[in-house]
Design a binder for this molecule. Structure first.
Ligand code: AMP
Ligand code: MG
Length: 388
């Protein structure tokens, strides 16, 4: 067994340092994708009044069936001016106030003329005041990620502004003399710079406000200047240059700039040489340059850190489980994350598991966790995976 840090220990060291950022007020129209910093309560009962579920006539159920006299109208936003007395009806539209005295609505399809109504039971077609939520009740709780349905619910309950941790500001810095931007020609020995593109998309998806810094070659002064700038963010993600080669400068530069290295190297494949450091509250993730290592490192540590910075209750990573389609050897020393295709309950690891094979990885929709150990995990075994 190796004595490297395990992925669980590494994640714990990250999350200890990823405290929720200060809260700010967010208009509800902008709040989808944000995390609540405080419980949000209904301002009103919902519905705020007994309202009609149908177009028809508001009546007293005890008067039905029968011939009733129509004494008024109740339209959405325009309540009737009088109550419903015995053998009376008020013409009513969907969403309108059920007038005092009435206890049911006869849908227009169950009426004739002005107005003969079929039988209805008390309460029929009436949406009861507060039937969805009561004023003062919690609509969404602190730590909850607001999706479209949640912001819709909060707006319906009268909440115009919510309190959310501010979004983390993230800087991305790709390092490597060989890197060229996609769209430009390659000279001998050069490759296209893809990690900042991948990381930017992951960070944005994770709720961060992203700044991609100009890539740097493996030059100490250039790396130092760029890292110094990136350290102004809440989260700095560097790509490449954290291994043991003579051109791997990132860790040394971070140390020179006063960042405290919390860990370096984790017992995981791909992504072993990851570095994690902090300076003045900035979390620094030194991700290895191989694109799939970067992808996996982000999912294992950075995405959960972003969630924690936004105050999310369960920062993850959020594993699900399914059935492994083919027998897979374990790595004795390192937990592995295999790129796999999940269909239904079946996880099929793809051909081409090299950590440089980002195009193969792009065919995957799951990272299958194969815990380190001896032997193999057999076809049909239940395994954990992360969706990608
Ligand atoms: P490094 O971690 O710097 O040793 O890089 C490991 C491998 O990843 C090398 O083959 C690099 O060329 C490649 N690599 C480094 N950075 C990037 C990047 N930003 N985009 C694509 N590949 C990269
Ligand atoms: Mg490099």
């Amino acid at each position: 067994m190796s004595n490297l840090l395990g992925i669980g220990e590494a994640l714990a060291l990250v999350l200890e340092r990823a405290r929720a950022l200060p809260a700010e007020d967010v208009p509800i129209g902008d709040a989808a994708g944000r995390v609540l910093a405080a419980d949000a309560h209904a301002v009103t009962d919902l519905p705020p009044f007994d309202s009609s579920a149908m177009d028809g006539y508001a009546v007293r159920a005890a008067d039905t069936p029968g011939l009733l006299s129509v004494v008024g109208h109740s339209a959405a936003g325009r309540p009737a001016s009088r109550r419903v007395e015995q053998r009376e009806a008020v013409e009513i539209s969907t969403g309108a106030v059920v007038p005092e005295g009435a206890d049911a609505v006869v849908p227009v399809e169950r009426t004739k003329g002005e107005v003969e109504v079929e039988e209805v039971a008390a309460g029929e077609n009436v949406r009861v005041r507060g039937g969805d939520v009561r004023a003062g009740d919690v609509v969404a709780a602190a730590g909850e990620l607001l999706g479209p349905t949640q912001v819709g619910a909060l707006a319906a309950a009268g909440v115009g502004v919510v309190s959310c941790a501010r979004r983390p500001r993230a800087a991305v810095l790709a390092t490597g003399t060989e890197l060229r931007p996609p769209g430009s020609p390659l000279a001998a020995g050069e490759i296209y710079e893809s990690n900042s593109v991948l990381l930017r998309a992951q960070l944005a998806e994770g709720g961060a406000v992203v700044e991609v810094l100009q890539s740097v070659s493996d030059d100490e002064a250039a790396t130092r200047a760029a890292v110094e700038r990136g350290l102004q963010a809440d989260v700095l993600i560097t790509s490449g240059g954290v291994s043991v080669g003579p051109h791997d400068l990132v860790r040394g530069v971070l140390a020179d700039l006063g960042a405290e290295e919390i860990f370096w190297r984790v017992a995981v494949k791909p992504g072993k040489p990851i570095a994690f450091a902090v300076r003045d509250g900035t979390l620094v993730f030194g991700l290895p340059g191989n694109p799939v290592s970067s992808l996996v490192g982000f999912e294992l540590y950075v995405r959960p850190a972003l969630r924690a910075l936004q105050g999310e209750r369960d920062p993850g990573p959020r594993y699900a489980s399914a059935t492994l389609a083919r027998t897979t050897p374990r790595n004795r020393d390192r937990d592995e994350f295999l790129r796999a295709r999940r269909e239904g309950d079946s996880l099929d690891p793809l051909e081409g598991q090299g950590s440089h094979m980002i195009v193969r990885a792009a065919l995957a929709n799951a990272l299958v966790h194969i815990p380190r150990g001896d032997g193999e995990v057999g076809a049909g075994a239940r395994v954990d995976y992360l969706s990608i």
